[in-house]
Every structure is written in structure tokens, then in C-alpha cells.
Design a protein around this ligand. Structure first.
Ligand code: F6P
Length: 392
């Protein structure tokens, strides 16, 4: 079947580079004589027929602009399956909803769909392909970089730069007041953003979800050693999803318990809303309860003061950096080529420096920092050598 009209949607959190992907798709589509239709607000617009025509002549330099002009939402068309009791029930409900959704292609007048999103949005695209053989292609987006099917998602490096700049800048306040700053970085349950921005800005302690921390050993003791070796201020980069290991949680924490973590609210896709925990603020409270730490600081001529800063949505804000503009354009071009070649059920992917493709069902799986990552080694060396190199 010749593709005449392609629908495009952006779902999940906004992300620098979304408009770059849109422009990449539109360039190739125009050249191939294919009409593009924008579906607004992600899967919500797909279900509710919210469409706008896309005329490339009106969008010169779209790839340089942040956010998504198609709007986005966290809409999970499969939300109702969360109530199903058995796996069989879940499967059959998923199949039913997918088939209903496949009917939307005709209603929307599109021959194929390009879904741009993270694991949640692309998970829906994958189910659509799996259960109804829909003509769908995926494009991996997220500042979290936690998708298995690509070395980097677009948006990640822009967010790393923003977080790194924020921590660089906060250093002047930390230094002026001789303070401890705990900077909370987005990323859900993956530590890429915190790790990369923390290393890049030279954070003194970096806490990520992949390596649950021991509060006594990894925070209190390190701060004491740093104070005793003459450090007067301290930057802690802390993932919003970082949490203490079980033993430390029971032994060291006075203000939260396991129940606090278990009872976090869930979003429409069933993910715990990690920012609701506000781990950086919890750490400030716990550190403030530590008279032993305050004594060590005082002995070294510093009044212990600790503050938390939540970077939050500032990390997704603003224009994409050059890397994400180029990656977005390349992803858009490749996604449109998949559509033209009739290669559905796939997502575009960056492997090394090459743009390739990946089956959606594999690519949407979650990715985490691996235990043998050189980034972990770098982090641990940076933390340790800073006080060790000053010890007598
Ligand atoms: O997945 C991207 C992300 O920015 C996460 O890092 C963060 O936890 C979440 O989205 C925040 O979502 P919202 O914009 O819905 O608050």
C-alpha cells in the first residue's frame, strides 16, 4: 500500500529535540510527496481525533525550538487493564483496546503513524503493532535516556548540560556560604542524568537509583572526611529516584520508612511518582539531625548548613542543544524512511554514531546504568580521591 498521509504524535514529558524530530519527518515526507498530519496531545489526541495539518512551509527552523508544538500528554489508552486480575484477562483486554485503536487510522485518514515518546508512549505503539498489526513506527525520546533500543535518546544531552550548568553555578553560593547543597535531578528510576551531570560538574557525592546508598557510609562519613581534609563546601548530586539500601533505611533514617516509599502515588502508566518523595529534602532533614556531623564541621571552622535544590522541569526546558537538534533531525528522517519502506513495528535508534533500527518490542525495554560502567568507577574515584589526596 502506498503511504499518502502519515500521522505524527508526541507523548509523555516534553523534551528538547521533539520539534527537531518533527521537522526531520516533515522534510523527508515533503520530498516523498507524503502529507503529514499532526495529532495533538499524544495518545489523547489519537483517541479524540485532535489533529492539525502540518505545512512545512510554515515551519522553517522548527528544529531549533524547544518543546513540542503538537502538545503532549501522559495518556495511557490501556489504563483500564490495570484493574484486570489475571495475566490472561490483561492480554485479552489489551488486544481488544488495540483493535479498537487500529480502527482510528481510517477515522483520522492516516495510512501510518509515527509515535515519538519514551517507554510508556512507545509501549502503546508496540502493543498496537503486536495486536492489530498497525502501521506504526517509533522514535525514542526522553531526557532520562533509559530506553534499551538506543545508545542515546534525543533530549538527554540538553538536559545533562542544563543540570551540569545549574550545579556549576550553585557552587558559587555553596562556596560563599560554606554550605552543603543537595541537588535533586530528574530521571525517574534511572541514574543517567544525575551521573553524567554530576561527573561533568564535579559533584562531590553522586547518588543514583542503580546503586542504593548507605547513608552513614556514602553521605555522612564522606562529608566528615571531606570536612576533616579541609573542604569547606560540598555539592551532592542526587537522583529523584535515589534511595537508601534496606539496612541503611532501617538503621539511619528517622524521618521516613519503607512504607513512605511504597506509598508513593502512581502515574497513569503505573510508575511511582518519584518527585513526590523529594529525597533531597529528606536528606537535608536527616543530615540536620546529625550532631556528630555538625561537630566535625565546627571543629574545622564551618557552621553546618545544608540546602536542597530541586532542578525539576528546568531540566526539560528551553532549546535543544546542537547534538539533540542533529539527533532529532536524523531520527525524524530515519522514521519517515521506515514508513516509506513499510518497515513497521520498529523504532529508530542511535548505535554508536550510526542511525539504525530496532524492533519496538525490544527497544522499549528499560535501560539502566550497568554495574561495570566506567562512569561508576569515575564517580567513586572522584569522591574518594578528593579527600584522600589531602589527608596527611
Ligand atoms: O520521564 C521524563 C521525566 O522528566 C522524568 O525524569 C520525571 O520523573 C518525569 O518526567 C516528570 O513528569 P511530569 O512532567 O509529568 O511531572
Amino acid at each position: 500500500m502506498t503511504i499518502k498521509k502519515v500521522g505524527i504524535l508526541t507523548g509523555g514529558g516534553d523534551c528538547p529535540g521533539l520539534n527537531s524530530v518533527l521537522y526531520g519527518i516533515m522534510l523527508k515526507a515533503f520530498d516523498a510527496g507524503v502529507e503529514c498530519v499532526g495529532i495533538e496531545k499524544g495518545w489523547k489526541g489519537f483517541i479524540e481525533n485532535l489533529t492539525i495539518p502540518l505545512n512545512i512551509a510554515e515551519h522553517d527552523d522548527l528544529h531549533t525550538i524547544g518543546g513540542t508544538f503538537l502538545y503532549t500528554s501522559r495518556t495511557n489508552p490501556f489504563k483500564s487493564i490495570q484493574k484486570a486480575k489475571t495475566d490472561e484477562e490483561k492480554e485479552s483486554l489489551k488486544e481488544k483496546i488495540s483493535k479498537e485503536m487500529a480502527g482510528k487510522f481510517a477515522e483520522l485518514g492516516i495510512d501510518a503513524l509515527i509515535a515519538i515518546g519514551g517507554d510508556d508512549t512507545l509501549g502503546v505503539a508496540d502493543a498496537l503493532y503486536k495486536y492489530s498489526n498497525a502501521k506504526v513506527v517509533g522514535c525514542p525520546k526522553t531526557i532520562d535516556n533509559d530506553l534499551a533500543g538506543t545508545h542515546y535518546t534525543f533530549g538527554f544531552w540538553s538536559a545533562v548540560q542544563l543540570a551540569s550548568n545549574a550545579m556549576d553555578n550553585l557552587t558559587t553560593t555553596a562556596r560563599s556560604h560554606q554550605r552543603v547543597f543537595i541537588v535533586e535531578v530528574m530521571g525517574r528510576d534511572a541514574g543517567f542524568l544525575t551521573m553524567y551531570s554530576g561527573i561533568s560538574s564535579g559533584a562531590d557525592i553522586i547518588l543514583i537509583p542503580e546503586t542504593p546508598f548507605d547513608f552513614e557510609r556514602d553521605v555522612v562519613e564522606v562529608l566528615k572526611k571531606r570536612a576533616n581534609s579541609g573542604h569547606k563546601y560540598h555539592m551532592i548530586a542526587c537522583s529523584e529516584g535515589a534511595y537508601p539500601d534496606q539496612e541503611s533505611l532501617k538503621r539511619d533514617f528517622k524521618t521516613i520508612t519503607q512504607e513512605t516509599i511504597d506509598k508513593l502515588p502512581k502515574d497513569v502508566f503505573g510508575n511511582p511518582v518519584l518527585p513526590a518523595l523529594n529525597i533531597s529534602n529528606i536528606l537535608v532533614k536527616e543530615l540536620n539531625l546529625r550532631d556528630d556531623l555538625k561537630e566535625v564541621f565546627a571543629k574545622n571552622g564551618v557552621d553546618f548548613e545544608c540546602r536542597s535544590v530541586v532542578l525539576g522541569h528546568t531540566m526539560r526546558a528551553g532549546t535543544p542543544n546542537s547534538f539533540d537538534r542533529i539527533l532529532g533531525l536524523r531520527f525524524g528522517l530515519a522514521a519517515m524512511k521506515l514508513v516509506l519502506d513499510g518497515e513497521f513495528g520498529k523504532m529508530v535508534s542511535l548505535q554508536g554514531t550510526d542511525i539504525t533500527t530496532f524492533p519496538l518490542k525490544e527497544g522499549v525495554k528499560k535501560k539502566y546504568i550497568k554495574p561495570d560502567s566506567d562512569k561508576l568507577e569515575l564517580r567513586d574515584l572522584m569522591v574518594k580521591i578528593r579527600y584522600k589526596s589531602r589527608e596527611n
